[in-house]
Design a protein around this ligand. Structure first.
Ligand code: ADP
Ligand code: MG
Length: 373
């Protein structure tokens, strides 16, 4: 569709009316205004014309023999190839109920006869403008999806390819420390130790980034997953941290949900490891997992007795790389919660947090429940 360019039509409009005089009148008016006009004397012809080449807009009479305007509209809306074309109903019926029906069957506007030329033109231009903007939005959205996918792919490839050289760097630093420590002065050893530490941190970042980039990429096969098995695996994986911190992890019988097992393990593991990590020094972490059924989903909670989060930070922590503390105080990469959010959202749920500073935090998230469970 083009607008107001010299020699180019302002839009392609199909007028449908069983009265030739009405058709002529509207057609002359719109042609005069620079629109390209097509005419159809019946509903059937209108549908054939739209199917052959969808116009930018349809002006559709309601009262017609054989097939009335509502039926024509319904038929066009039911077909994916013609459903996007905006339809303005034109009728002499000035009845509130008919107007409601016009919108109910998918019409975008309604003009009553006898009409004022300027009003009809204003309504047509308004609809074409909306249509144009909508089209722009669809295009921009497509472009966003494409560039997002490209970025994810980029993040994946980069993190994947960085792993190998980094491992080599760390490997040789370890070798240097092991074999030549006695020949190096204190400062050189300190430098090497720092390289080693930074290398480890970079490795952790890359691993976390890879996990983040993989969510929604692979493992999209959702099945029923027994959360008791998930929690068993998570507590095995976190055995070291739990033992070191003397943490107490408690949960009752957990439900079976629809999801991806590997990602559910990552989800619970991220939340539980945070719950164990973010405690005041000397406090024994108590982490409780709860599950509550709500309609066709389960709402899980991971409750802790940790340092809590200030209200103004509750939103930002789900963004990638957002951390509220220094590495020295609480180490981490700031990727865990962003991964949790991505996991929950790709499985059709949502995640949020409630917290009292210095008292504790609860992360809630929802997952689809298995039917009849
Ligand atoms: N259970 C919790 N209690 C207090 N703060 C938390 C908790 N979980 C997460 N946070 C805050 O949210 C930030 C982001 O968490 P996350 O993405 O897992 O990153 P990381 O654990 O690597 O720091 C953390 O750095 C921390 O400030
Ligand atoms: Mg974390």
């Amino acid at each position: 569709m083009t607008f107001n360019q010299a020699g180019v039509s302002k839009g392609d409009i199909l007028i449908v009316d069983d009265t030739p005089d009405n058709l002529r009148l509207l057609s002359a008016m719109l042609t005069n205004q620079g629109f390209a006009v097509r005419k159809a004397l019946s509903g059937h012809r209108a549908i054939a014309s739209v199917q052959a080449d969808p116009p930018d807009l349809i002006l559709l009479d309601i009262k017609m023999p054989e097939m009335n305007g509502y039926e024509v509209c319904q038929s066009l809306k039911a077909n994916p190839e013609t459903c996007e074309v905006p339809i303005i109903f034109v009728s002499a019926l000035d009845d509130a109920l008919d107007k409601v029906r016009a919108f109910a069957v998918g019409g975008v506007d309604y003009v009553t006869k006898p009409f004022q030329e300027r009003e009809v033109l204003a309504r047509i231009e308004h609809q074409l403008r909306i249509q144009h903007l909508q089209q722009q939005l669809i295009e921009q959205n497509k472009e966003l999806v494409r560039s997002n996918r490209e970025l994810e792919q980029f993040a994946y490839v980069v993190s994947h390819d960085l792993q190998q050289p980094l491992q080599t760097v760390i490997g040789f630093v370890k070798l240097l420390l092991m074999k030549y420590q006695d020949n190096l002065d204190e400062l050189a050893c300190d430098y090497l130790n720092r390289i080693h530490k930074s290398g480890d941190r970079m490795q952790q970042l890359i691993q976390d980034l890879l996990i983040y980039a993989r969510v929604g990429k692979k493992n999209q096969d959702f099945q029923s997953v027994d959360c008791n098995l998930v929690l068993k695996q998570v507590s095995d994986n976190l055995q070291m941290a739990i033992a070191t911190q003397k943490a107490c992890l408690s949960y009752g019988l957990l439900p079976t949900v629809i999801g991806n097992k590997i990602q559910l393990i990552q989800l619970f593991q991220n939340l539980i490891s945070n719950a164990i990590k973010f405690v005041h020094p000397g406090v024994t972490p108590h982490v409780k997992i709860s599950a509550l059924q709500q309609h066709n989903e389960w709402r899980f909670g991971v409750h802790d007795n940790g340092i809590g989060i200030e209200p103004q930070n509750l939103e930002q922590i789900f963004e990638i790389f957002q951390r509220l503390h220094t590495q020295e105080k609480y180490p981490g990469t700031g990727i865990g919660l962003a991964t949790c959010k991505k996991i929950v959202e790709t499985q059709g749920g949502c995640i949020w947090v409630e917290s009292q500073p210095d008292e504790g935090t609860t992360f809630y998230f929802t997952l689809k429940s298995v039917r009849n469970v």
